[in-house]
Design a protein around this ligand. Structure first.
Ligand code: NAD
Ligand code: USQ
Length: 382
């Protein structure tokens, strides 16, 4: 297949592009490297240094079994995006290219406006271009489990059948997102659903949980192909942060009581889920939703697991409960369906102690790059 991967220079996009390319698909990545500018703005960097997009693309072109190309394009620039898509004529577009940090979106008004503009305008441009240029192309859009929030009932995959005043309907599952970033994903979902209904486009919204892990088979093929590893308080996510904190002899930073429960997925399963979605496209007019995670953990569960793995490496990994910088429930019911990708063939990599030990070891090998002043939470929701 010809697959365009927007956000292909990012943490999920880069390994996905290499994986699909290695499987023989004709892949192009599209990215404006804006993520690297946010790193500079915040004074942070990936724990493992990554080369420029041009350098890593040049390196992969030596390994790729089929042509592999890159477009340096801003999703908000309609004309540039039209040119790239007209030239490449993708059969599937995997859309990762958004500002994806909840804390970044909560820094202040400007960052909230930027996040929602960047994300919603980019997706809207894409929908209009698909309508005009590639109406049969399948949009595989990265959404987030956070769209649902933490309701006191089971979470379904996108839709909920309800009976009200004697009548029944299947409706989009109610959304209660916990940040301006998560809200941008809800707005995207509504826009995509409307486009599918109105213009007969086909789309799959992948409501992904928190991704952990770093490398995949392909990113390990050469040092220039390495994936990024975020651990700072703005872009770092729970399990990866705890592993770096353990390696740095820093306390594990559990926010509040630690009962916050989320769906989690290994980066090795992320790339496979995208392949499954691409190989089993939605039908014309269909807006399909899959919940893309493999296991649920509370933040406290994860801290305990990291502490136990760290102890095996003779590291103490003390757990500290910090005042929660976010507004979120710290003890709640959480049970979310996630069967659709498994039914289509996903064989999950479930989190093992050896995985956690290997993430801590990667962090220890890069210990000199750990910025201790970038670990404690700096963004408040209040
Ligand atoms: P990332 O920040 O590492 O990568 C995103 C990429 O998109 C960056 O390379 C950035 O330069 C690019 N980008 C952003 N705005 C752009 C624009 N206007 N034009 C062109 N390129 C632009 O993020 P990630 O962790 O790889 O996440 C990718 C997607 O998956 C996001 O949409 C995110 O919401 C979603 N997601 C991520 C996680 C996670 O835990 N990392 C979990 C669930 C969903
Ligand atoms: N948390 C801690 N300590 C930390 C970091 C986080 O207790 O040091 C807690 C947070 O308070 C939250 C939970 O861990 O309750 C998850 O936070 P996170 O920073 O790991 O993840 P989140 O902000 O939810 O965002 C990440 C990605 C985002 C994606 C989302 C999937 O950055 O792009 O959409 O995971 S989900 O959470 O399912 O919506």
């Amino acid at each position: 297949m010809r697959i365009l991967i927007t956000g292909g220079d990012g943490f999920c996009g880069w390994p996905t592009a290499l994986y699909l390319s290695n499987k023989g698909h004709e892949v192009a990545i599209l990215d404006n490297e804006i993520r690297r500018e946010w790193d500079q703005e915040l004074g942070i960097a990936s724990l493992i240094s990554i080369p420029t997009m041009e350098e890593r693309v040049n390196e992969w072109q030596k390994h790729a079994p089929v042509p592999f190309r890159a477009y340096h394009v801003d999703m908000r620039d309609y004309d540039q995006l039209v040119n790239a898509i007209s030239e490449f004529q993708p059969e599937a577009i995997v859309h990762f290219a958004e500002q994806r940090s909840a804390p970044y979106s909560m820094i202040n008004r400007e960052h909230a406006v930027f996040t929602q503009t960047n994300n919603i305008v980019g997706t809207l441009n894409l929908l209009y271009i698909m309508k005009e240029i590639v109406p049969d192309c399948h949009l595989i859009k990265l959404g987030t489990m956070g769209e649902y929030g933490t309701p006191n009932i089971d979470i379904e995959e996108g839709y909920l059948t309800i009976e009200y005043n004697g009548r029944t309907d299947t409706l989009p599952y109610p959304k209660q997102p916990p940040s301006m970033y998560h809200l941008s994903k809800v707005h995207d979902s509504h826009n995509i659903m409307f486009a599918c209904k109105s213009w007969n486009l086909r789309a799959t919204d992948l409501n992904q949980g928190v991704v952990y892990g770093v490398q995949t088979e392909e990113t390990l093929m050469h040092p220039l192909l390495t994936n990024r590893f975020d651990y700072d308080d703005v872009f770092g996510t729970a399990l990866n942060r705890f592993c770096v904190e353990a390696a740095a002899d820093h306390a594990l930073t559990v926010y509040g009581q630690g009962g916050q429960t989320r769906g989690f997925i290994n980066i090795k399963d992320t790339v496979r889920c995208i392949e499954i979605a691409a190989m089993n496209p939605a039908k014309p007019g269909e807006f399909r939703v899959f919940n893309q995670f493999t296991e649920e953990f509370s933040v406290q569960d994860l801290a305990n697991k990291v502490q136990s793995a760290a102890n095996k490496l003779n590291i103490e990994a003390h757990i500290e409960h910090l005042p929660n910088p976010r507004v979120e429930l710290e003890q709640h019911y959480y049970h979310a369906a996630h069967t659709k990708l498994v039914e289509l063939g996903l064989k999950p990599h479930l989190l093992q102690e050896e995985d956690i030990m290997s993430f801590i070891q990667i962090a220890m090998a890069n210990k000199d790059n750990i910025r201790l002043d970038k670990i404690m939470p700096s963004v408040s929701w209040r």
